[in-house]
Design a protein around this ligand. Structure first.
Ligand code: XIL
Length: 336
């Protein structure tokens, strides 16, 4: 089972949808400035299995094909995520959920076997508020399989696509707060327990949805956590980076400065502590970001969380990102 060699260049990626591929400007940005693409939502279970016994990978295929045609790596996102279980499985019995979840994993991982840089095999497994000693979130997967569902997912993914880096992806590990510190401790215990059992977890994804108003940075506790994860032999990936400006002043220049500072302080500090396999921003440009609906500004002004603005122009955040990654502002990794 191959994992990304630590000598491989750090890949700069972006989440995209086929909507972006049909937009000439954003398709150009994706091909010109990024090394990797990840389907923002069109490879998720609820999207590729819209009805029982129906499978629709047209959009996911288009994104994987676009990546191949433009020399981009492609991440798979996400095999098992409580946030994308098809609605038609609601109320199904445990045996049905087990059968459908395993069939979905085998089908979609098999469909792209050998073509993906990495998979988010399990997404967001932890929720300490659920009160379990192992920190696992209540989910259809935990209910159907028990706490062994993570090991099962990673073993099935490794068997189906041995060439992909197999990643456990999580949110909320990045913050400088007691809750995040507790979540980091639970994540380390989970990783140590699974690795000791020979479960093929090869990478940890830090989603990295940040808030500029918190003045985020890679604080010492996060740096120490990153070092501990790499000491376990895992690759780290920044998988869904964006910086909300919803709680920033209305003034656009001030907001852009705060967002850029967050990109710089988070990424430069993180790269002091580890060597991420990839840094992925959660959108090609401000023109299409999930934060516009999930974290809108109270004043209704368009949000500006990403390195490129709505017109595809580089923002201060792009310069900050490029500087933190030690890249020229135009070049892709390994591309002049
Ligand atoms: C979000 C997408 O950006 C939205 O377009 C979709 O409607 C919901 O999911 N953590 C994750 C991502 O792992 O898959 C989520 O993406 C954002 C939170």
């Amino acid at each position: 089972m191959s994992t990304a060699p630590s000598g491989a260049p750090l890949l700069l990626g972006a989440a995209a949808a086929t909507h972006d591929l049909r937009h000439e400007g954003r398709a150009h940005l994706l091909a010109r400035h990024f090394d990797l693409v990840v389907p923002e939502y069109e490879m998720k279970w609820d999207q590729v299995a819209p009805r029982p016994a129906a499978r629709d990978a047209v959009a996911a295929d288009a994104l994987v094909t676009f990546a191949g045609a433009h020399g981009l790596a492609c991440r798979g996102h996400a095999l098992w995520w409580h946030g994308a279980v098809p609605a038609w499985l609601a109320g199904a019995g445990r045996a049905a959920v087990r059968a459908e979840a395993l069939a979905h994993l085998a089908w979609i991982a098999g469909r792209y076997a050998g073509r993906l840089h990495s998979w988010d095999v399990v997404n967001e497994p932890l929720d300490l508020a659920n009160g379990r000693s192992d920190g696992l979130r209540a989910s259809p997967f935990l209910d159907a399989f028990g706490p062994g569902y993570l090991a099962l997912a990673f073993r099935e993914a490794a068997r189906t696509d041995p060439g992909a880096l197999l990643v456990l992806n999580e949110m909320g590990l990045e913050y400088d707060s007691p809750d995040a510190a507790a979540k980091r401790r639970a994540m380390l215990r989970l990783l140590e327990r699974h690795l000791a059992a020979g479960v093929p977890i090869q990478g940890l994804g830090l989603q990295s949805h940040l808030d500029a108003a918190d003045r985020p940075r890679a604080h010492p506790a996060l740096q120490a956590f990153a070092r501990e994860v790499e000491a376990l032999g895992l690759r780290l990936l920044v998988t869904e980076l964006d910086v909300s400006d919803a709680r920033c002043p209305r003034d656009r220049a001030a907001r852009d400065r705060m967002v850029a500072q967050a990109y710089w302080a988070y990424l430069s500090g993180l790269l002091e502590a580890c060597r991420p396999a990839a840094v992925v921003v959660w959108g090609v440009s401000d023109a299409r970001t999930w934060l516009a609906t999930s974290h809108p500004r109270p004043d209704g002004a368009p949000v500006r969380p990403l390195p490129f603005d709505r017109a595809g122009r580089r923002k201060a955040a792009f310069a900050a990102l490029a500087a933190a990654l030690g890249r020229g502002e135009g070049a892709r990794a390994g591309h002049t």
